[in-house]
Design a protein around this ligand. Structure first.
Ligand code: AMP
Length: 456
């Protein structure tokens, strides 16, 4: 997954983008980058790793100009290498193009094959690079028309920020899969994946970029071009469940409110009346556990402490390594758990490996009974639209029954919120959301996998 941030009309554009990317770090930790434009000249920085570690103040000062875009990346298409870091930056006959993409294009491989047959040479294995090539080939005169032409026939999810010379473009796919908002900071226009990134630079939210909308901003002002929204939207419900930050509003609704409502609904669907207390697997399930506590009347305790200095980079390929990872990341508070029957709330179970490790820790700390409650339905399929979920073979709920999952993760009872319960709880629901990873109801065909060796 990824985060995007852009500014037009502020002399410190790159510094603002740098700040904004800090607030979008949770959307991608593999690589980050910034491109700024001054007097028609673009300069960029890209690096593997975290925004705070890789971009010092001196490097940012070198990125002059009043227009800039930035990106944080966690790879879902294309491998984890510097060539695949974004924003992509290229020169072409009409000047330069920079592009930052959040989402996943399901037909990128075949579009790439077509472009290669016509002579294109690709420099990365990212799905997003096909948009850059199509932009460079466009015969349209206005930047927003070039982008509209480049996006023709592309299927899947994209929230995009593009620089064509001095024009900043923002675009969202017609299904509205990924969030993208527009804000104002004085006279400057700001775009961000989530509103928490507007907050950090002091910008105020104006509105969402609409599904199927292209917005162009340059010295001539702002123009919009409608590709048109799909008749039924497919906004990603997992943004509310897990991905976005609770201090953000996505798709026009508060993530904190969504998660609390999910927790309350979960308590109605799967009560645990004889339990002594409820706690969250921090931090993503904090708000859902609070909702469960509010609805059930069970006291909320902080029974599991998360070490904030362990990032997702601490990835171990072996099972022994994964168990060690759980211990490094979480530690139980024995005084809270000893002798107690507890409700443990998490937002999702993916592989089940982390969950099993946490349950073992909670039991070792003396919990008498562990009742697990999950604020999303069982994940039974991969995401084709930008969330990094593994394929079916690794998804515990795609392969085991509820009773088998409970046994495998070692809990006394297990309750997942229902699909309807989830869709009814999120703001703006129950329709207009993509829930393919839970329901198998994929709104597009499967992604093409031509030349997998080259697409990473
Ligand atoms: P596991 O039990 O190993 O499936 O891990 C479940 C945990 O992974 C939950 O605490 C989720 O918050 C978290 N999670 C859910 N989706 C993702 C994702 N796409 N990438 C990383 N962690 C995730």
């Amino acid at each position: 997954m990824c985060g995007v941030f852009g500014v037009s009309g502020n002399a410190s554009a790159a510094e603002l983008v740098h700040l904004g990317l800090y607030s979008l770090q949770h959307r991608g930790q593999e690589s980050a980058g910034i491109v700024a434009v001054r007097d028609g000249e673009a300069h960029g920085l890209r690096a593997m790793g975290l925004v705070g570690e890789k971009f010092g103040p001196d490097a940012i000062k070198g990125l002059q100009g009043s227009t800039a875009i930035g990106h944080t990346r966690y790879s879902t298409a294309g491998s984890s290498t510097l060539e695949n870091a974004q924003p992509a930056l290229v020169n072409f006959k009409g000047g330069h193009i920079a592009l930052a993409h959040n989402g996943n294009l399901v037909n990128a491989p075949e579009v790439r094959v077509q472009l290669e047959a016509a002579g294109s040479i690709f420099s990365s294995t990212m799905d997003s690079e096909v948009i850059v090539h199509r932009l460079a080939r466009s015969g349209a005169t206005k930047p927003e028309e070039q982008l509209a032409e480049a996006l023709q026939g592309l299927e899947g999810a994209y929230s995009l920020l593009v620089l064509i010379n001095d024009t900043l473009l923002a675009a969202r796919d017609p299904n509205g899969w990924r969030p993208l908002v527009m804000g104002k900071l004085g006279d400057a226009t700001v775009f961000a994946s989530e509103t928490c990134a507007l907050d950090i630079v002091g910008a105020t939210l104006v509105r969402e970029v609409l599904p199927g909308e292209i917005i162009a901003v340059d010295k001539n002002g702002m123009r919009t071009l409608e590709l048109g929204a799909a008749p039924v939207l497919h906004r990603c419900v997992f943004e509310h469940v897990y991905f976005a930050r609770p201090d953000s509003s996505v798709f026009g609704g508060s993530v904190d409110r969504a998660r609390r409502a999910l927790g309350r609904r979960l308590a109605v669907e799967h009560p645990a009346p004889n339990a002594d207390l409820v706690f969250a697997v921090p931090d993503s399930a904090n708000a859902a556990a609070l909702g469960f506590s509010e609805e059930s009347g069970l006291p909320l305790e902080h029974a599991l402490i998360r070490n904030h200095y362990v990032g997702r980079t601490f990835i171990q390929p072996t099972q022994a390594g994964r168990d060690a990872k759980v211990k490094v990341k979480y530690n139980p508070v024995r005084e809270i758990l000893r002798g107690k029957s507890v409700v443990m709330v998490d937002d999702s179970i993916v592989r089940g490996t982390t969950t099993r490790g946490i349950v073992a820790l909670v039991r070792a700390a003396g919990a008498r009974e562990v009742h697990m409650r999950v604020s999303s339905p069982p994940i039974t399929g991969p995401c084709w639209y930008g969330i990094d979920t593994p394929d079916k073979s690794q998804l515990i709920a795609a392969n085991l029954t509820l009773a088998q999952i409970a046994e495998k993760i070692g809990v006394d009872s297990l309750g997942y919120i229902s699909l309807d319960g989830m869709l009814g709880a999120v703001p703006g629901g129950p329709t207009g959301f993509c829930h393919a990873c839970f329901s198998g109801d994929y709104p597009t065909r499967a992604p093409s996998v031509i030349a997998k060796n080259r697409m990473g």
